[in-house]
Design a protein around this ligand. Structure first.
Ligand SMILES: Cc1cc2nc3c(=O)[nH]c(=O)nc-3n(C[C@H](O)[C@H](O)[C@H](O)COP(=O)(O)O)c2cc1C
Length: 290
């Protein structure tokens, strides 16, 4: 694995930015003529983040010793709402359990093939238990915001994990499909009431024979609103459709406009892969949310 280190004495804000790396990264991310965009600096952290791509094909090798612990320390370093740390993670390495999880998420092969699958959990059970042991009420856990706190904490932790593992030369892919059949996933992982699997993350050494590329994103002008919100122009979205199509062509993927893909995904309950019944599933998992 490539070892990357940061020179902590080398403050990127005081160093002259190496615009070559920044511009190349922006071109890959947006496929726009970037011109001379200002950069606050360029360093290995930014390089890792801008170079992100999901990896779904892994070498069979196990992860290097200590990788899991490093990834979890990075995840736990994320901020946490009121420091409640209302999240947990289950590390699944057992091939049979990975195969069963793969079946529960619509047969996604990479879940069975990745040497490690992390399942990130919104975990209100730990707080509930702590309150119980003090003989204190924990009524606040029954409000929607507490569930959201757990989900947000889990997501922030997971994305720190992704940046960390990518900095080590590993690859990963989120698996939101663990929410397709939440009760069965909970049973497979032995989750107690008030614990919910938000998403999985397949992790491994990327297979160099199936290298993936940086997937372009919406033009930043669509996402960044200055001072007040401004609805996206349809021309900007059409521009993105054509940029995504060029990516799909290069990757030998089926070509489809983003505006079609994205709107198909939200057209109705039938497009939610089982997640339209999430409210009921949460109640079955011990979340009685007000
Ligand atoms: C919360 C979440 C859930 C996702 N679920 C899945 C999934 O179940 N299967 C999959 O192959 N990719 C999944 N993805 C990966 C996205 O498809 C991917 O991030 C997106 O297409 C952008 O591509 P990139 O990550 O390569 O930039 C998920 C991503 C996120 C953030």
């Amino acid at each position: 694995l490539p070892t990357r280190t940061l020179d902590l004495n080398d403050n990127p804000l005081s160093a002259p930015p190496s615009l070559g790396g920044w511009e190349a990264a922006l071109r890959a991310r947006y496929r726009e003529q970037s011109g001379a965009r200002p950069s606050a600096g360029w360093n290995e952290v930014l390089e890792t983040i801008l170079d992100h791509r999901s990896v779904r094909r892994f070498r069979a090798d196990p992860l290097p010793a200590g990788a899991l612990e490093t990834i979890v320390a990075a995840a736990q370093s994320a901020s946490s709402s009121s420091n409640l740390q209302a999240w947990s993670v289950v590390a699944v390495e057992d091939p049979e359990r990975r195969a069963r999880l793969a079946a529960l998420v619509g047969g996604q092969r990479h879940v069975a093939e990745a040497p490690l699958v992390l399942v990130f959990l919104a975990d209100l059970a730990r707080l509930d238990g702590a309150a119980r042991r003090r003989g204190a009420p924990a009524e606040g856990l029954n409000y929607l915001d507490s569930f959201l706190v757990g989900v947000v904490d889990a997501a922030l932790a997971a994305q720190n994990a992704v940046v960390a593992l990518e900095s080590l030369g590993l690859g990963s892919c989120y698996i939101g499909a663990v929410r397709n059949r939440p009760e069965e996933v909970a049973a497979e992982l032995g989750l107690p009431p008030k614990v919910f699997a938000v998403f999985g993350l397949t992790i491994g050494v990327p297979d160099p024979a199936a290298a993936t590329a940086v997937k372009p994103r919406l033009p930043p002008a669509v996402v960044l609103h200055r001072e007040r919100y401004q609805a996206a122009e349809s021309t900007e979205l059409s521009l993105y459709d054509s940029r995504l199509r060029s990516f799909q062509r290069e990757q030998r993927m089926r070509e489809q406009d983003w505006t079609v893909q994205a709107t198909e995904r939200v057209k109705g309950p039938e497009a939610l892969s089982g997640r339209h019944r999430l409210r009921d599933a949460l109640a079955a998992l011990g979340f009685h949310l007000r």
